[in-house]
Ligand binder design. Structure first.
Ligand code: FNR
Length: 411
């Protein structure tokens, strides 16, 4: 009602409210490179579309004459009470949303998350060192997302930094041990990280700095001695703007990921940190069980926003099976395709304990910085709250499958 009430005074919202209008406006603002990286998905983008279509198969059944005057969105995840069952998903190379300006990326997001009191999941690929984001967040909750580096020292150092920065949990993303096939980025001949975007977490890391120094001291790649093209000069300038060298970028590309990982590695990580571990990227019930058996404290059902495996199952369709497998023994979080509060309602009804909001808040950031992020999240929460009221639900934890009609067949 606060939003409608503002209209009495002629106020208009700072960013479009409808999800498609928000996306279209952000797309115009971000430019080709930003849109390719942020809006794009893997392959023919079928899974990107399927993530959305899956929500269309579920319908909420409104209920009448329930006293819903007092409602609560508050919920507890991993022992911490949150004002709503929503976290800000980890998003790397975020500066691409804001004209290549790291100073307008994470700092604005951290201020918005602090305003909202909702956890932000800080990406391994952030454009700003996590310590700076943690300082901006103050007491507000933060989780740290780990890409498991091929280099043990870098991986251990990231975990230690997350602990020191007051992270409430470690989100270990397991669906990106190799980067997906992303035609929009490929056509631009451009992967953000190769120009030094989204590698600040690494260049600010002592273990990484030692590796990069070794590489810098090694004989130069003969390719570097050739007459540089305009594109190569541009790449170097972007690196320089990020305080990164070619040795940094090459070292990053060497150590970013690790495809040798198997479940016992998770058990070893479990021994090395006191933080709760949440495994992100789960799509199969057996993987959820194995993650918990090897020490995980929770899972995120996610297909990385359709950015990794095209033709992969829609993340929402993977949710009920994982919820059944986990059977209440650990929190199940969900992402990939959430655009509205009504979407959050459906994910919670199918058994998610909380959701991660991804692209929508990035679009808000692109359009209106801190205010944009805050407005987008507030809109989602407002619609969730109204959906609860109209479905006759007082408390988010009461939202269940009984509030949904039987799923419709896919079109
Ligand atoms: C991501 N995602 C992601 N996940 C992660 O674990 N670490 C990361 O650094 C990133 N980076 C990233 C960048 C961009 C531009 C996008 C769009 C996504 C995945 C993210 O956390 C989340 O799983 C998806 O965004 C969910 O899909 P939707 O709802 O945004 O479509």
């Amino acid at each position: 009602s606060a939003i409608y009430r503002a209209g009495v005074y002629g106020r208009r919202p700072p960013v479009p409210t409808a999800p498609d209008a928000l996306e279209a406006a952000a797309r115009r603002r971000m430019g080709a490179r930003g849109w390719a990286y942020i809006g794009g998905g893997a392959g023919a983008e079928r899974t990107l579309a399927a993530n959305r279509e899956a929500f269309g198969r579920y319908r909420v059944v409104p209920r009448l004459m329930v006293d819903v005057e007092q409602r609560s969105l508050a919920t507890t995840v991993l022992g911490r009470t949150l004002p709503a069952p929503v976290l800000l998903a980890p998003v790397g190379a975020l500066e691409l949303a804001v004209g290549g300006r790291p100073d307008r990326a994470e700092p604005a997001v951290a201020r918005a998350a602090r305003d909202l009191g909702l956890p932000v999941v800080i990406s391994s690929q952030a454009s700003t060192p996590l310590e700076d984001t943690a300082a901006t967040l103050g007491d507000s909750p933060r989780w740290f997302q780990l890409y498991w580096s091929r280099d043990d020292d870098v991986a251990a150092s990231f975990v230690a930094r997350a602990e020191a920065a007051g992270a409430d949990a470690l989100v270990v993303t397991l669906d990106t041990h190799v980067l997906g096939w992303r035609p929009r980025d490929l056509d631009l001949g451009y992967l953000p990280f190769a120009h030094g975007e989204g590698i600040a977490q690494y260049t600010s890391d002592p273990a990484f700095q030692r590796l990069a120094a070794t590489r810098a001291a090694a004989p130069a790649d003969p390719a570097a001695a050739q007459r540089p093209t305009l594109a190569a000069v541009r790449a170097l300038l972007t690196m320089r703007r990020h305080g990164a060298t070619r040795a940094d970028v090459e070292t990053f590309l060497d150590v970013f990921s690790r495809s040798t990982l198997t479940w016992p590695d998770l058990a070893r990580l479990r021994e090395r940190t006191r933080l709760p571990i949440v495994v992100k990227g789960v799509q199969h019930p057996d993987d959820a069980r194995r993650a918990l058996d090897h020490g995980a404290d929770g899972v995120v059902v996610s297909n990385h926003g359709g950015r990794q495996v095209d033709n992969a199952v829609a993340s929402l369709d993977a949710l009920p099976g994982v919820v059944a497998a986990v059977d209440g023994t650990a929190p199940v979080l969900f992402d990939s395709g959430i655009r509205t509060g009504a979407d959050v309602f459906v994910a919670l009804a199918l058994g998610a304990d909380a959701v991660l909001l991804g692209r929508p808040w990035v679009y808000g950031l692109a359009l209106a910085g801190q205010t944009g992020v805050r407005t987008v999240v507030e809109n989602v929460l407002a619609e969730l709250d109204l959906t609860m009221a109209l479905a006759g639900v007082r408390d988010v934890v009461e939202i269940g499958v009984e509030h949904l009609d039987a799923p419709r067949p896919s079109s």
